[in-house]
Design a protein around this ligand. Sequence first.
Ligand SMILES: CC(=O)SCCNC(=O)CCNC(=O)[C@H](O)C(C)(C)COP(=O)(O)OP(=O)(O)OC[C@H]1O[C@@H](n2cnc3c(N)ncnc32)[C@H](O)[C@@H]1OP(=O)(O)O
Length: 421
Amino acid sequence: MTIEIRPITQAEAVEYLRVLPYVNGFPQEEPEPAAWYAGRAAWSPQRPATAAEVERYAEDLLGEGFRPQAAFVDGKIAGGSAIVAVELTLPGGRQVPMGGVTATAVLPTYRRRGLLRRIMGAMLDDCRERGEFVAGLSASEATIYGRYGFAPATFADRWEVRRTDVAFSRPHDDPGALELVDAATASAVWPVLHERARAVRVGEISPLPGKWSSLDELPADGSGRAHHLIHRDAADEVDGAAIFRLPWSPDPEYAGELQVEAFEALTYDAYRALWGLLLDFDLTKRVVAGRRPVDEPLRWMLTNSRALKLTRTRDNLWLRILDVQRALEARTYAATDTLVLEIDGQAWQLEAGPDGAVCNPTSQDADVSLTVNELGSLYLGGVPATSFQYAGRLQEHTGGAVTRLDALLRPDRAPYNAVGF
Ligand SMILES: CC(=O)SCCNC(=O)CCNC(=O)[C@H](O)C(C)(C)COP(=O)(O)OP(=O)(O)OC[C@H]1O[C@@H](n2cnc3c(N)ncnc32)[C@H](O)[C@@H]1OP(=O)(O)O
């Protein structure tokens, strides 16, 4: 058996696509609105792709920024994955290139023979060669990617609220206005809003090409057509938007549900006004929102903070730090301090402050030791170092060093990515 790992050619694109899981559907996916997926799936998870769809998709597969690698076993593709070029927003606002791992699959008859390990090795080498010092992914299963150094860095909540339980604790005199718009208008609004949001949102990702180009498509899961709501400020600038669906259900339990598929607000007024309308929509009983930030302010706007019921918290973006020095120098910090961090046996002196950091290898004794996995979770401030300390995954060698590390990494808001790849 010969195994070769290499990028695919255009002529191999159809064969490559046939390996991917969505050609067969995602049997393990929970049924839920499109919002919780990391972007628009090429095909509905419930339905295998047709041969014609595979052909069509293969045509522009190798477009700019998509770098597939495949495992050829005796000349035939048995597994594949790809890197998409995206940008990640760091604390301090830098938007750095990130290798986004996606579309990973190995044919069932070739699994557990190390094909993914070899593909991943080739992809991460490729990222390093291109100067991407961080790679990211969203994981189908939490047990797969830790062994390659990835760890959860952002998280997302799904919550629901009964309309009859909603009462805002303060009235809102909106200086702006809400408007229902068509899909074409929404398609023009979303990229601009997202661009402004990601400039200041730690953990946010640049959108893949075409992300908002087909907002009028009817999803195959029966969740109904998308409704588009926007908010304009007093100067008539759009500062918020929401996409929601009103699916019909034969089951009285699920009838009257308003599903929030996407939500973006740049200002308090937009945030308050959009939720004000969505949470009090005539003829609905319940609002469900997914892929929401874990520090959702809405709860604190309601007289009954228990009305908003959390139904799921899930890891969202996983990160793999590929170059410790560059990664730690690329972000800013919430305090000024100097610490020696031992990461996978190598000690680094981190002189960090609100304007950035200098990080160099050192032979000094470490204040804290950890692995690249913990670093991936700590990097955006999504998990406190103290949690890893109590979990026995991070060792403190100097009293108080873990608390000092947390003071450096502490985020203003929980890192969050509203879009995926
Ligand atoms: C970012 C994304 O694209 S998420 C989508 C991921 N794809 C899927 O979930 C589709 C279904 N699964 C698959 O196609 C395959 O199981 C893959 C791609 C996840 C793994 O491919 P394989 O070639 O079998 O992995 P490989 O043999 O290299 O395994 C490497 C290690 O991971 C382990 N491993 C692989 N998959 C899993 C899993 N699902 N759960 C737990 N451990 C796993 C293996 O046991 C092995 O462990 P070891 O290093 O201790 O020996």
